[in-house]
Design a protein around this ligand. Structure first.
Ligand SMILES: NC(=O)c1ccc[n+]([C@@H]2O[C@H](COP(=O)([O-])OP(=O)(O)OC[C@H]3O[C@@H](n4cnc5c(N)ncnc54)[C@H](O)[C@@H]3O)[C@@H](O)[C@H]2O)c1
Length: 347
């Protein structure tokens, strides 16, 4: 499969490229970026690719050499560029969040279905080694029936993009589409789904902007999901100075706690087991998680599965973000969610 990257910034260079380089089943053939220094950065890593200033130039001159378009653009540019890629009959891998609201989401799902192309949002936390291992432990029954989870994600400000474009685009609501909910919230929801399966029914949320003077973006979010009668409590903060992620899952027979590369498994009446799983949540490139994304994308292309699981999940996340805002503006009232396990095709 031949792939072209549109937007050669941080995630393309630090997350996607290292994985492409090590694989023989997917070949990078082209890069699009309007910034000369970013095209030069791409050429330093891959001498025999084509580089283009615009997506239209790429499609006009080199379309035959591309099967998959990999969109690594700032959030607000995803919608129009995914549409352009699908209109050119390409499969699409798109960085997260896929789009910024449910209306855009439904429009893209329909176009992908009409075109019979795979539209695959890059929900890479599903493939973080510690999360994959924790899911394996839960599915093997190690902690019995999971009942409760608490995730604490401590970020250090909003992540910067590459210096040659607009490094602070995440602080601009028009470009980012939202604050910590649409960024880290998306990842936490995807982790919850990977560990608990099924889908949440309702949400109660409190969001705040405590340290973003002059911006409307939330930098703190605390929310609880009713997950088929169990509760998942998620706290997201970008107020700190060192990024840290802690995940704890309690079940009828024991509990799992994840702290960066360390998993602690405590089962009733047994000594605590320490399992080292190199994951590096604190490295935002997450290059070693990306292979799982590519494996799953290539499998969907091979089997013509036009409803890849992360595509359903992208709709669930947008619904949760929308309802979280409403709940927070109304004193944390519980809000029903419209994406169910059935609509997510998980039953
Ligand atoms: N999955 C993950 O773990 C992860 C990690 C980081 C970023 N991301 C996502 O990746 C996306 C990009 O984030 P980033 O941190 O790499 O941003 P970035 O600012 O580092 O890179 C954006 C790149 O897009 C280029 N660009 C701007 N307008 C363009 C256009 N019209 N056509 C082509 N290129 C254009 C810029 O020149 C820049 O090189 C975002 O959606 C972000 O949420 C995901």
């Amino acid at each position: 499969m031949k792939v072209a990257i549109v937007g050669f910034g941080f995630s393309a260079e630090k997350g996607h490229i290292p994985a492409y380089r090590d694989r023989s089943d997917i070949h990078l053939t082209a890069v699009v970026d309007p910034v000369t220094a970013r095209r030069a950065a791409a050429l330093r890593q891959y001498q025999n690719i084509r580089v283009y200033e615009t997506f239209d130039d790429l499609l006009e001159e080199y379309s035959d050499e591309i099967d998959i378009i990999d969109i690594c653009l700032p959030n607000a540019f995803h919608m129009e560029n995914v549409k352009r890629a699908l209109a050119a009959d390409k499969h699409v891998l798109c960085e997260k969040p896929l789009v910024l609201n449910k209306a855009e989401y439904y429009e893209l799902v329909e176009i992908a279905n009409q075109r019979k192309r795979i539209l695959y949002p890059c929900h890479n936390y599903k493939f973080a080694p510690a999360i994959v291992h924790a899911a394996y432990l839960i599915n093997s029954g190690e902690i019995g029936q999971p009942l409760f989870a608490s995730f604490n994600i401590f970020g250090a400000g909003f992540q910067s993009g590459v210096p040659q474009w607009q490094p602070d685009w995440r602080k601009n609501k028009e470009l980012s589409g939202g604050g910590i909910m649409i960024d880290h919230g998306l990842d936490a929801i995807s982790v919850a789904q990977t560990l608990f399966g099924g889908s949440p029914q309702s949400i109660s949320a409190h969001t705040r902007n405590l340290n973003q003077a002059g911006s409307q973006l939330e930098d703190l979010a605390v929310f609880c999901l009713d997950w088929e009668g169990k509760l998942i409590n998620i706290s997201l903060s970008s107020l700190g100075s060192i990024p840290k992620a802690y995940y704890r899952i309690q079940g009828t027979e024991g509990e799992i706690s994840i702290e960066n590369n360390d998993i602690f498994l405590s089962v009733k009446d047994k000594p605590v087991q320490h399992i080292f799983v190199p994951t590096y949540f604190d490295d935002p490139g997450h290059a070693n998680w990306f292979n799982g994304v590519i494996d799953n994308l290539l499998d969907c292309i091979k089997t013509k599965n036009t409803e890849p699981f992360p595509l359903m999940e992208a709709g669930l996340v947008l619904d949760i973000v929308e309802k979280a805002n409403y709940s927070s503006n109304n004193g944390g009232t519980w809000m029903g969610l419209e994406f169910t396990a059935k609509s997510l095709q998980m039953v």
